[in-house]
Design a binder for this molecule. Structure first.
Ligand SMILES: Nc1ncnc2c1ncn2[C@@H]1O[C@H](COP(=O)(O)OP(=O)(O)OP(=O)(O)O)[C@@H](O)[C@H]1O
Length: 312
């Protein structure tokens, strides 16, 4: 932060989406959608292509007018925020800037228009690691550098709420790792960070909470672990043993659901690894493998959105 005058924790940065609906001519892009996004956490906003993520974020930022419902930030609609740049920073697509303008000048122009000190441009450029490219022209920036510049611009007003649409697009693995650390640190400072993405493995590493939508409607929201845990029936124990028939019989007697995979391993649902181990000992089965296979966010996402994905 540039100064100690305003902490991002003062005032609530909670986002509340309530009954939000957008009807285009032929498509209901967002359909009676309600969810909340809490300060101090990174929230992943997930959904298949065409689910309505971008439309929702654009309504939140007053770039699209809702057909019904509302979206508020700290209790106020974006349109009613005085000095919105100081409340909400947004990165909706890889930043665009005047091609011949340098990175630092791009930021200075925005800072000046918002009544922010010129020095703030240098601060945010350093924050995103672009100081070495400050005086390079925008047209020479890589996609990853443009993403960083977009984030720098969003940080100019030191906002307590950050909204990013697919920020990892175009970033290399090192860039993605940087982004993860950067966004987590902002949440740790008490800011609200809402990030849309289709990179589910990345979201599992980044997000504290997830909001999953499909076909414009809410499918599930909550802490990542809880959402994954809610599909606990898909947790299985994988076991390989030469005594597979005996072990499978013993496990089924304990109400476990046992399937055999094409390689002859048993996939056991309904009991934990310890129970499988004890059953193996009891029938004197020699274990070659005993692994718990937990569902990951990708598996849960595919299960939750099955049949609801697809381009509308
Ligand atoms: N301006 C528009 N006019 C008509 N239909 C639109 C408009 N904008 C979006 N849509 C439609 O609304 C639906 C939701 O689109 P949206 O871009 O919000 O989805 P998304 O979840 O962001 O998708 P993606 O992950 O593919 O970017 C899609 O069917 C899209 O074609």
């Amino acid at each position: 932060m540039s100064d100690g005058q305003r902490s991002p924790t003062t005032g609530s940065g909670q986002i509340v989406v309530s009954g939000l609906t957008k009807q285009y001519k032929n498509v209901r892009a967002v359909n009676d959608l309600s969810f909340t996004v809490e300060p101090g956490r990174v929230t992943g906003f997930l959904g298949p292509n065409g689910a309505g993520k971008t439309t929702t974020l654009r309504m939140l930022l007053n770039l699209v007018t809702p057909t019904a419902g509302s979206a508020t930030i700290g209790g106020r609609r974006y349109a009613d925020l005085t000095d919105p740049l100081r409340h909400v920073g947004a990165v909706l697509e890889a930043s665009s800037a005047h091609k011949g303008r340098t990175g630092i000048n791009h930021l200075r122009v925005i800072a000046a228009a918002a009544g922010l000190p010129k020095t703030r441009a240098d601060e945010v450029l350093a924050m995103v690691g672009l100081t070495p490219a400050a005086k390079r022209k925008f047209k020479g920036y890589s996609l990853g550098m443009k993403q960083r510049l977009g984030i720098a611009a969003a940080m100019l007003g030191d906002p307590r709420v950050l909204v990013l649409d697919e920020p990892a697009n175009g970033l290399d693995p090192e860039g993605i790792r940087w982004m993860r650390g950067f966004l987590k640190a902002l949440a740790t400072e008490g800011r609200t960070v809402l990030v849309s993405s289709h990179l589910l493995s990345e979201m599992q590493l980044l997000a504290d909470d997830v909001v999953i939508i499909a076909a414009g409607q809410l499918i599930r929201q909550g802490p990542v672990d809880q959402v994954i845990g809610s599909m606990a029936q898909t947790t299985r124990v994988r076991v390989r043993t030469p005594q597979a028939t005996e072990l499978a019989k013993a496990l089924r007697e304990q109400s476990a659901v046992v399937e055999v995979d094409p390689h002859g391993a048993l996939l056991v649902a309904g009991v934990d690894a310890a129970t499988v181990g004890r059953a193996a000992l009891a029938v004197q089965a020699e274990l070659h493998e005993l692994t718990t296979e937990r569902p990951d966010l990708e598996g849960v996402f595919l299960e939750l959105t099955a049949g609801k994905a697809g381009i509308r």
